[in-house]
Ligand binder design. Structure first.
Ligand SMILES: Cc1ncc(COP(=O)(O)O)c(C=O)c1O
Ligand SMILES: N[C@@H](CCCC[NH3+])C(=O)O
Length: 468
């Protein structure tokens, strides 16, 4: 298992100053359409997002800020629902959720996957139809389960025997029948960073197919008269480019569905193959289109079902990153530029920006790679290999490990980092008491604050002021 979220060998983002493959890119001002949202263009050298110049966006909203291209999010959501009619698509809210995004995906006809009471609260506050909400989580509390049952969520994906017992008690008290899917661990080693692979045996999610826990969980659900067994769920990991893992997962889940039919005489209504579809972060990343992926998954399910004589279940998926990731761009202001001399004499340039690991932990956590550009102007200066770092008191506070930026980047310039829509703001922290940045929707030249910037007052609001 690779440690790297991008395990496919050397690439642009891995280049060190002294590396033999450290060739300079052709044009450091270019915006690769595979990485940037469709509305990202340069007008007179300046980056425009959602039809607005970045200087105007920053004047109004400050830096750092995460700009979300609404049309891009909606188009990606639609590309899933329209790619393959008949497949149910749930947007995985963990990638990023606020009430506006919940409404966008609702309007585009998707369901919503939430995995905590907090995400459920945001979905309900947005008026998201409860019957199209699915509740995940390996440690749902009684309060979270109770809230979900009371709200009438479409299904709960059960993940432990404790939870099944808890849910039976809650549904019985509420006098309702709750539909559930059983999350199974299929034993697949997904080709992604080990922290985001979720289908190998030795981790916390799901019931193992191998040791019989999944069979016992399904039996417990079927035996309960307040739970309705809706089907099976498998999620093998995140930022996955190869579909081989999904093929193995589908094969194992469908064999299990055939066993359930044979043992219990119960037809599996739905098979959810989870999320995990990768996106392009750096040049050369080449994910499949939603249409290609869904066609392939549905083809695999059809073949597997035919081979065991199983009636075709509804297929569902839960993309998060692939819907919201490429639509987000984080814009920072450069504060300092410093060149250091490495052992061996090479120089490395450190460009410090006004955010960092508090608004994007992925570089530090997963060795993730990003693409960035000088945003307020184009520059013809020779490119310099640059490390874009944050303002936190931590040497691992890196936003973009190795980027080619024009050699004349200076304090006051704006740097835009692409593909930050997923798992950046949603995993943001207040480390060093840095207020979290706003999320600003951009569309057709207009911008709207979706989540406002935190203030120092917000930080102090939780501090009771009690001395002891
Ligand atoms: C159960 C489940 N579904 C869906 C997702 C969404 O994954 P992604 O954003 O990679 O599509 C995740 C996160 O990995 C998950 O754990
Ligand atoms: N948070 C991870 C993905 C895993 C999320 C859901 N299980 C990332 O940033 O890539």
């Amino acid at each position: 298992m690779s440690r790297n979220a991008h395990p496919a060998g050397p690439r642009h983002g891995d280049v060190l100053p002294d590396a033999p493959h450290g060739s300079q890119p052709g044009d450091v001002n270019a915006l690769d359409p595979a990485i940037w949202p469709e509305s990202a263009t340069r007008v007179g050298g300046e980056l425009h997002l959602g039809g607005a110049p970045v200087s105007a966006l920053v004047l109004e909203h400050g830096t750092p800020a995460l700009f979300l291209d609404e049309a891009d999010v909606r188009a990606r959501a639609r590309s899933y629902t329209q790619a393959f009619p008949g497949i149910d698509v749930y947007y995985a809210g963990k990638a990023f959720l606020c009430t506006a995004v919940a409404r966008w995906v609702d309007e585009e006809g998707l369901g919503l996957d939430v995995c905590t009471g907090g995400e459920l609260a945001v979905a309900l506050a947005a008026g998201f139809p409860a019957e199209r909400i699915a509740l995940h989580g390996n440690n749902k509390s009684s309060a979270e389960l109770g809230r979900a049952v009371e709200a009438g969520v479409g299904h709960v994906i059960v993940d432990s025997f404790d939870e099944i017992h808890r849910l039976i008690a809650i549904a019985a008290t509420a006098g309702v029948t709750q539909r559930v899917l059983v999350r199974v661990t299929v034993g697949v080693e997904a080709h992604t960073h080990e922290f985001i692979a979720t289908a190998h045996e030795d981790q916390k999610f799901g019931f193992s197919l191998r040791d019989g826990s999944a069979a016992r969980a399904v039996a417990a659900v079927i035996a309960s008269d307040v739970l309705h067994f809706g089907g099976l769920h498998s999620h093998i990991g995140s930022q996955i480019f190869e579909t081989a893992g999904f093929e193995v997962a589908a094969h194992r889940v469908i064999s299990f569905a055939a066993t359930i039919r044979d043992v219990h005489g119960v037809q599996v209504e739905e098979i959810n193959l989870g999320g995990g579809l990768g996106i392009a972060y750096v040049p050369g990343d080449d994910p499949e289109t939603p249409k290609q992926t869904l066609e392939r998954l549905s083809g695999i399910v059809e073949i597997e079902c035919a081979s065991v004589g199983l009636r075709l279940p509804t297929l569902s998926v839960e993309p998060g990153r692939a819907i919201i990731g490429p639509s987000g761009v984080t814009v920072y202001e450069v504060g300092t530029v410093k060149d250091v001399t490495l052992d061996g004499g090479q120089r490395r340039r450190y460009v410090s920006v006004d955010g960092g690991m508090s608004d994007n932990i992925r570089t530090a956590l997963y060795d993730a790679h990003y693409t960035c550009v000088l945003a307020n102007r184009a520059s013809a200066a020779p490119p310099a290999l640059t490390r874009v770092v944050g303002k936190h008191c931590e040497s691992g506070d890196v936003v973009v490990r190795d980027a080619w930026l024009p050699g004349d980047v200076r304090p006051g310039d704006l740097v835009a980092v692409a593909a930050t829509g997923a798992y950046c703001r949603s995993m943001a922290s207040n480390y060093n008491h840095v207020p979290r940045p706003p999320v600003v929707g951009v569309d057709q030249g207009r911008s709207q604050v979706l989540v406002r910037r935190e203030t120092e007052d917000d930080l102090l609001r939780l501090d009771t002021g009690v001395a002891r």
